[in-house]
Design a protein around this ligand. Sequence first.
Ligand code: BEZ
Length: 203
Amino acid sequence: MKLYTNPASPFARKVRLCLHEMGRIDDVETEVVAGHPTDPGTMPVGVNPLGKLPCLARDDGPALYDSRVITRFLDEHFGGGLYPAPPRLYETLTLEATADGVMEAAVLIVYETRSRKEGERSEAWVAGQRVKIDRALSVLEDRWMSHLKGGVDIGVLAVGAALGYLDFRHPDYDWRADRAALASWEASFVQRPSMQATLPVAP
Ligand code: BEZ
């Protein structure tokens, strides 16, 4: 199996977090690729026609994408235990979807700033993405703290990856202000060996 990844991608980090938590990081080959919506660069477009990462190429079946499909597959393949049984499963998947939405909005802001020239950028569109992030983080603070403190699952790992990406690419955004519980949880969670082994770096 080969995982197409990038050390800055929060979605790829979520997959690598799963592998670390399962003790299986060395069982999957990785290849670093890079690109963006207006230039596929080295993205594996022959493996994932959408030209997005992460993408998992398998020897005995079609390639898998996106990150939610890959993590589900890896958990089943390696017996990871990162997906609880229903009804908690639906909570966990909703937490993952919330964190993925934060990552997506944060990545889109980066693309808007990077791929468009100054006069072509839409401040209103960027502000709309920021509002989504703000709302989602406030919901984590108000409703999800007991789940976040209740043990590691795919939703919890996704939140770790999302908050890490905000600090990495949006250092001026003080998401911790007025979110003391989430900030305190993150300060402890980021110490996990899996989080330390996957800290984002600019490629
Ligand atoms: C980034 O550089 O922020 C990035 C790289 C790959 C995927 C998503 C984001």
